[in-house]
Design a protein around this ligand. Structure first.
Ligand code: NAP
Length: 282
């Protein structure tokens, strides 16, 4: 349908964010402040370990210090909360990232909510979620923030558009729905109990895929000219959107990999630098 759909290049967006961050990191260094992100990983899930490693490497490349805490899979909720509380108290740590998902026996909500709001750089606390819903979060969830940053970078209109978000998780579907609504889109949030999902997607000007199922969104669901943001990241570097089929109909689309993923990491770095800047000003 569309002769030349725009491929939304997440690496380009992330590179621009990181260039701006590099100079801010240098300015903080002059004041003797080194931004520091603490990552907490519970258990040995290989995908989670890879995500943490990618985040730590990204910190290192930008001159952000990282403290990596790997806990055994038997760790209890109480033990995890104790670790988080120690990090809350540590004046050298500016941001805390608890890698999701944690093992099933852990109360993930209680662990997330143990993170101090000033250090909640991944936007996972109940308070951070509420701030995002009101539209004044300092640290919105990183993937939703990345989706908005990509649309902002490419000057894609959100106001007045119908956005359909497929997925309603607390870290992705719900917060991105709130951000789109706060930017004056009309938002439909779909989930596993939605009846007639394709019907909703077919009416979307903006489609956000956050399902966790490879190539779930099909090409023939896409309205001609729609903008597609694929947050999915499934084994084998496969998104939640059937990229080649959707490309035939979309006006703009994020690839997987090199779409939302690299911008998510850039947002995490930005939030950590923001947290360090705020602390150094106090
Ligand atoms: P999640 O917690 O598993 O949530 C998946 C959502 O999809 C749920 O709301 C679920 O509905 C909905 N869903 C499942 N099957 C569906 C169906 N048949 N029809 C409609 N909706 C359906 O996943 P998540 O953490 O939000 O992650 C979603 C995707 O984003 C995954 O591929 C993940 O790897 C990726 N991700 C990427 C990044 C990144 O940096 N790029 C970061 C985080 C996550 P119910 O609520 O009804 O169960």
């Amino acid at each position: 349908m569309n002769a030349e759909p725009l491929i939304l290049d997440g690496n380009k967006v992330a590179a621009e964010i990181k260039v701006r961050l590099a100079s801010r990191v240098e300015e903080l260094a002059v004041k003797g402040v080194v931004p520091c992100l603490a990552t907490v990983l519970v258990g040995e899930d290989p995908s989670s370990a890879t995500y943490v490693r990618m985040k730590v490497n990204a910190c290192n490349r930008l001159g952000i210090r990282s403290v990596r805490i790997d806990l055994p899979k038997e760790t209890t909720t109480e033990q995890l909360i104790e670790v988080i509380q120690q990090l809350n108290k540590d004046p050298e740590v500016h941001g805390i990232l608890l890698q999701h998902p944690v093992p099933h026996h852990i109360d993930e909500r209680a662990a997330f909510d143990a993170i101090s709001i000033d250090k909640d750089v991944d936007g996972v606390t109940t308070e951070g979620f509420a701030q995002n819903a009101f539209g004044f979060a300092m640290f919105p969830s990183c993937t939703p923030a990345a989706i908005m940053a990509i649309m902002d970078y490419y000057k894609l209109q959100v106001s007045g558009k119908h956005a359909v978000v497929v997925g309603r998780s607390p870290i992705l579907g719900k917060p991105v729905s709130a951000m789109l609504l706060n930017n004056d889109a009309t938002v439909t949030t779909c989930h596993s109990k939605t009846t007639g999902l394709e019907h909703f997607v077919r009416s979307a000007d903006i489609v956000v895929a956050a399902v966790g199922k490879p190539e779930f969104v099909r090409g023939d669901w896409i309205k001609p000219g729609a903008v597609i943001l694929d947050a999915g990241y499934n084994p084998g570097n496969i998104g939640d959107v059937d990229f080649n089929a959707c490309l035939q109909h979309a006006s703009a689309i994020t690839p997987v990999p090199a779409g939302v993923g690299p911008v998510t990491i850039a947002m995490l770095l930005k939030h950590t630098v923001d947290a360090a800047t705020k602390r150094s000003a106090n």
